[in-house]
Ligand binder design. Structure first.
Ligand SMILES: Nc1ncnc2c1ncn2[C@@H]1O[C@H](COP(=O)(O)OP(=O)(O)O)[C@@H](O)[C@H]1O
Ligand SMILES: [Mg+2]
Length: 250
């Protein structure tokens, strides 16, 4: 082996070009067989490195999003939940709504697939390099409260504002103090018409007064969420207790 080859290997290691190092011999063989131009060979060689970085970037976007699981649209049984329009969900995963800064609200009882569907849209967004974050409403409010106590509310709000897609799961499972509702309002207001948010709730909008325990605030929140939103109202059986139904049917 000649010394410039050794030097090249050292350079690639030093520059941490792992994939170019891995494909070096194959690239040299191609170059020797004269099948491609020098530039074409360089493009092919550097593409190996770019592919790996792209894959790593996508992995890290999905990791940062903190999804509860990695269930996708293909894992959703649309025949079990006929009130969900598959074409509409496919339109969501085209991510058109994110370009338009629109919101999606999944409304329906427990177990009908609200978290599953919002996560599956979020996964597509993260894989397409859209900064995405998944959080339960209760956890979000705890984080905002904590930030307020520690005098860093503004920074925290800015942090949650920056995500191109924020998924707020389970609004209404736990009641929210009016003081905390104000924090939630601030975030919704900051994102209004600038960012997309997916929300899930088991509480119909007319009962959000009770969730936020302040009807003016509840209205202001709903107003901003629903102004540019698609509401997916899921009426159906819980998938969690699907087997019980099947047994009853037998
Ligand atoms: N139509 C469906 N096809 C496949 N799995 C489903 C379907 N609906 C719900 N599930 C699964 O059932 C469980 C409950 O769904 P989930 O999305 O958490 O319900 P929700 O958030 O509405 O309470 C999850 O494991 C989810 O993946
Ligand atoms: Mg859920």
């Amino acid at each position: 082996m000649n010394s410039s080859y050794q030097q090249l290997v050292k350079n690639l290691d030093y520059l941490k070009l792992k994939k170019m190092r891995e494909h070096l011999d194959e690239i040299i063989d191609t170059a020797m067989s004269n099948q491609q131009s020098f530039v074409e060979i360089l493009v092919r060689w550097t593409n190996h490195e770019i592919d790996m970085r792209e894959k790593n970037m996508i992995k890290s976007m999905v990791k940062v999003a903190a999804f509860p699981h990695l269930k996708e649209v293909k894992d959703f049984d649309f025949s079990f939940q006929p009130s969900v329009n598959k074409q509409q969900i496919l339109d969501f995963i085209s991510l058109r709504f994110i370009n338009e800064n629109e919101n999606i609200v999944f409304l329906g009882p427990s177990g009908v697939g609200k978290t599953h569907l919002s996560t599956s849209i979020g996964i597509v967004a993260a894989r397409n390099r859209v900064s995405t974050y998944f959080i339960k409403c209760h956890e979000l409010i705890q984080q905002l409260k904590k930030a307020k106590i520690e005098n860093r509310l503004e920074a925290r709000l800015k942090h949650y504002k920056k995500y191109k897609l924020l998924i707020i799961d389970e609004i209404g499972y736990l009641p929210i103090d009016p003081e905390d509702a104000k924090l939630f309002f601030q975030l919704i207001d900051l994102r209004y018409e600038k960012r997309s948010t997916i929300l899930t709730t088991n509480v119909s909008f007319k009962s959000w007064d009770e969730v936020f325990q302040d009807s003016k605030l509840a209205n202001a929140i709903l107003d901003r969420i629903l102004h540019h939103a698609t509401v997916v109202n899921i009426i159906g059986k819980s998938y969690r207790i699907k087997n019980h139904f099947e047994q009853e049917d037998e």
